[in-house]
Write a protein that binds this ligand. Structure first.
Ligand code: IVH
Length: 676
């Protein structure tokens, strides 16, 4: 069949679907019945399956099932919804426990008690109850702000709407997983890639009647905000949940010590295929709420919990080629193109080779037969080469000495801290001089934690770049929407959505702005620290102009590596231009510090020497919780130098000279107790 004819036919169908959606979702006047509507969608999907050149932002394959609404109200979570860090083997668990014991200043052999809960692979939700009534339900969103999907959650039978138990807290956010059972998914197989997608698509419907069509389940496992709750540990809380009428995971257990966690893990993994919902690992939580509170969070995940992922599925395939991808910071990542194989239900045709050293270490060559592993959402990778099957004529793989994108020299940097050369080879050009790096920088700029522009995905960045519509991040704000309307796959509505999403993000927080610039070694946490200190973008630029970048070393958490990277970043004229142009277009919100009403508010501390009964990290988080600040150099700003065992003489002397108060740990506790 003629390619153009197919495209034309396809576009006609897409436009028809857009029209039907508009009538259904926006005007609430459906033009066809559900059956006909599903037929039209199925038609489009089957055309896409047959001709892989067909693609549209309005295709049901892109918008999973039904059209997700972009109009859910955004609501702040009273307590953020965190994510979990992962463990893959016993060693990871041993390290997890060790870190906890270190933080609590306990012997590293101390065995801890955990709540072990099989991790359901669904969509998390937070249900707000006031006086026993379910009043609002939110999706996780970005963890800080969720979407109000109350009406859709109301359709789920497992969610109690009224709880009259006497000991049910006055106000509580109950959190858990919305998912779809495997037997129910059987009937939906044609519409969705997997049960998780089906649950997610269903939850994000504008019309709750559509949500109702898909039988969703809910299992509760934690809480966010709560007032007045007496419960002392997680296993008692789980018990309470079921007494209050929530479903909980029947495979939850309370377990002491890593060896026993491993035993349970193996037992559950064996049962995995017989359970009627998808689980992708086991979540371990320190059982005691008291210890959880002491441990607190690192970045976006709690120190007191970890997800132990099930072992990966493996497969054998052949390396057809090795391609080099260029990342945002110039890192060259080799990717093996392999003969497609099905691993655990997913077709794998790419596997990461990590970096140059990995290829050398495993002596991976084009043409080799290899073992490929795929674990959950982690990118598949190559475990080993089957040397017995290697043909004699295969040549060693030589890593490119020039960047495949811009031709600049590739280099391996010397790391002065580890005193070794980096394992990663990089393109030596400075950011925007290399096309591939630029594309990746723009992808980062629009990504979720940065500008989070709805609907502006990686494919769109690549496409607009190819069409020379964007060359630098600021070009995003000057798109030619009239031109986009005429482009394949775009229509009136999708362009209007894009325009709206971009305009909406012209208001941006200072920390997101810094993060979005994609400066090497300045991840989200560092961006937050810098924003908190500098407060406004003017100060950011001035820092460079006035040659004061070194001042940032005073921030606890910012080190030499970040300073070198920032200096390098500002020396590049394009980088400075990007910031200046963006400042003209955007409204960058100054960083307003959270109200500092703790007992240590405005007080600046520094430690020297070893503390007792508590690690340095715990003391730091304790001070910060009470609105104090920690710095890592003695300076005039310092209010208190806290000395433990064997303090550094030089620091104590310097503090004495500046007449700074020198206190010990018990005096710190006294300061803290003033609050109670
Ligand atoms: S606790 C405290 N408990 O895993 C931080 N999460 O990667 C996390 N999940 O977003 C929540 N089963 O969607 C917790 N028993 C369980 C869980 C569980 C599944 C999911 C949840 C969360 C993600 C964290």
């Amino acid at each position: 069949m003629d390619k153009n004819k197919v495209k034309k036919e396809y576009n006609k169908k897409i436009q028809n679907l857009v029209k039907l959606n508009k009538h259904y979702y926006e005007l609430s006047k459906p033009l066809v019945n559900d059956y006909e509507y599903d037929q039209i969608k199925a038609d489009i999907l089957s055309l896409e399956k047959k001709y892989d050149f067909l693609e549209s932002a309005n295709s049901p394959s892109k918008i999973v099932g039904f059209k997700p609404s972009k109009t859910f109200k955004k609501v702040l979570h009273r307590i953020p919804m965190l994510s979990l860090s992962n463990a893959f083997d016993e060693e990871d668990l041993v390290n997890f426990e060790k870190k906890i014991n270190n933080f609590l200043d306990q012997k590293s052999s101390n065995e801890l008690e955990y709540s072990a809960e099989p991790k359901i692979d669904g969509i998390s939700a937070s249900l707000i109850f006031k006086k026993g009534k379910f009043i609002m339900g939110l999706s996780r969103g970005d963890g800080k702000e969720g979407e109000d999907i109350t009406n859709n959650l109301r359709t789920i039978d497992d969610i109690p709407k009224n709880i009259s138990a006497e000991n049910f807290p006055d106000e509580i956010d109950i959190r858990g997983e919305v998912f779809i059972q495997n037997n129910d998914f059987e009937n939906l197989k044609d519409k969705f890639a997997n049960p998780r997608n089906a649950a997610s698509g269903s939850l994000r419907q504008k019309n709750p009647q559509d949500t109702k069509k898909i039988p969703l389940k809910f299992i509760a496992y934690t809480f966010g905000y709560v007032n007045n709750m007496e419960i002392k540990n997680q296993s008692n809380f789980l018990q309470q949940l079921s007494e209050w009428g929530f479903k909980t995971n029947p495979f939850n257990k309370t377990i002491k010590g890593i060896k026993n966690l491993m035993k349970n893990y193996q037992e559950i993994e064996k049962k995995r295929n017989d359970i009627d919902f998808d689980i992708d690992g086991i979540v371990y939580k320190i059982n005691s709420f008291g210890l959880q509170k002491r441990l607190g969070n690192v970045a976006n995940s709690p120190r007191w919990a970890i997800a132990h992922k099930f072992s990966a599925n493996k497969g054998i395939s052949k390396i057809l080629n090795i391609e080099i991808q260029v990342g945002r910071t110039g890192a060259l990542t080799p990717v093996a193109k392999i003969k497609p194989i099905n691993i655990g239900g997913v077709v794998v045709s790419n596997a990461t080779l990590h970096n140059e050293d990995e290829i050398i270490r495993k002596d991976i060559r084009i043409g080799d037969i290899v073992v490929v592993e795929r674990a959950g959402d982690v990118i598949p990778h190559i475990i080993e080469v089957d040397l017995k099957k290697r043909k004699k004529n295969l040549k060693k793989y030589i890593f490119p000495i020039k960047c495949p994108s811009c031709g600049a020299k590739t280099i391996k940097e010397y790391n002065s801290i580890t005193k070794k050369n980096d394992a990663v080879r990089r393109c030596s050009s400075e950011g925007y001089e290399c096309d591939k790096m630029t594309i990746e920088k723009i992808k980062h700029f629009v990504s979720k934690e940065a500008f989070n522009i709805d609907g502006f995905g990686k494919k769109i960045v690549e496409n607009f770049w190819k069409l020379k519509m964007i060359k630098l991040p600021q070009d995003i704000f000057f798109l030619n929407y009239e031109k986009i309307k005429t482009m394949d796959g775009w229509g009136q509505q999708s362009v209007a959505n894009l325009k709206y999403a971009i305009e909406e993000k012209k208001n941006i927080s200072f920390e997101k702005f810094i993060y979005a610039l994609g400066i090497r070694h300045i991840g989200f946490e560092n961006a937050k620290l810098i924003a908190k200190t500098l407060k406004s973008p003017e100060n950011f630029i001035n820092l460079f102009k006035e040659n004061k970048i070194d001042d940032l070393l005073n921030i606890d958490g910012i080190g030499e590596t970040q300073i070198i990277s920032l200096k390098k970043f500002f020396l590049n004229k394009t980088n400075v231009k990007v910031i200046q142009d963006l400042q003209k277009i955007l409204k960058i919100k100054k960083t307003i510090e959270n109200k500092k009403d703790g007992v240590l508010s405005d007080k600046i501390f520094m430690f020297t020497g070893k503390l007792t009964g508590m690690s340095r990290a715990e003391a730091k988080s304790l001070i910060e919780k009470n609105s104090g600040t920690i710095i890592s150099n003695v300076s005039k700003k310092l209010d208190y130098l806290i000395i433990g065992e064997k303090p550094t003489k030089r620091k104590v002397e310097a503090a004495k000279e500046l007449k700074i108060k020198i206190i010990d740990q018990s005096e710190l506790h006294k300061l803290l107790n003033k609050s109670s």
